[in-house]
Design a protein around this ligand. Structure first.
Ligand code: CA
Length: 224
């Protein structure tokens, strides 16, 4: 299993550098962003497993990162607050932070808190072959790379994974994704499955979803 990937969003180069060394020593894969925009881009493109977030950033506040991420994901975020920061802990938790530490923080405590958040978070990840699906993060990775899926495509993967290796009739799959009250449309389903296959194939995943002509679809699982 690959090492968890942590993203440090911090504009102070010394703190960022020390944190990176510390976390790498602890066995994590670490990347770094020094602002709100670059942080949000890295979260979207690299899908880290956890974010350490400073509040005072050159192009905005850490709060902006928190609010934006929480619109679509439960990605664990630990806030690093500077002394004299007026943001209350209650406010941070209200915005969706999972935890917070005041600077200067004790490194053993930081590692312990990271471990707690990662454990909570990774317990929902389903792995099959080279694919990983996280329901909390709502994303699919193939061979460690994020497969950019639309909302419906993700719903299809999730529905198929509910019974991996088993046939899902078009009827049940459609109802699970679009809802019982929507009139079944096999062409619409076929179009979304086709797009999903193209995206998986582009990421290197061939034959992940198989069609059983006339009946429905199966997601192939070879658990490793
Ligand atoms: Ca700062």
């Amino acid at each position: 299993m690959t090492a968890p990937h942590l993203l440090v969003i911090e504009d102070d180069p010394d703190i960022a550098h020390l944190l990176q060394l510390d976390l790498q020593d602890a066995g994590y894969r670490v990347s770094h962003a020094s602002g709100v925009m670059s942080g949000l881009i890295q979260i979207r493109e690299d899908a880290p497993d956890l974010v350490l977030l400073d509040l005072g950033l050159p192009d905005g506040k850490g709060h902006d990162v928190l609010t934006r991420v929480r619109q679509h994901s439960d990605l664990p975020i630990i806030i690093l607050t500077a002394q004299g920061d007026l943001t209350s802990k209650v406010e941070l938790l209200g915005l969706g932070a999972d935890d917070y530490l005041s600077k200067p923080f004790n490194h053993v405590e930081l590692l312990a808190r990271i471990a707690v958040q990662l454990k909570r978070f990774t317990s929902d990840v389903v792995r099959f072959g080279a694919s990983e699906v996280s329901a909390v993060q709502r994303l699919v990775k193939y061979a460690g790379k994020v497969v950019p899926l639309s909302f419906l495509e993700f719903q299809i993967v999730q529905a198929l994974l509910d019974k991996p290796g088993q046939l899902h009739s078009k009827e049940t799959l459609f109802a699970e994704v679009w809802g019982e009250h929507i009139r079944r449309n096999d062409n619409l389903l076929a179009v979304h499955v086709a797009n999903l296959r193209i995206k998986l194939r582009d990421a290197g995943g061939y034959g992940v979803i198989r069609t059983v002509r006339g009946f429905g679809y199966v997601i192939q699982v070879q658990r490793d």
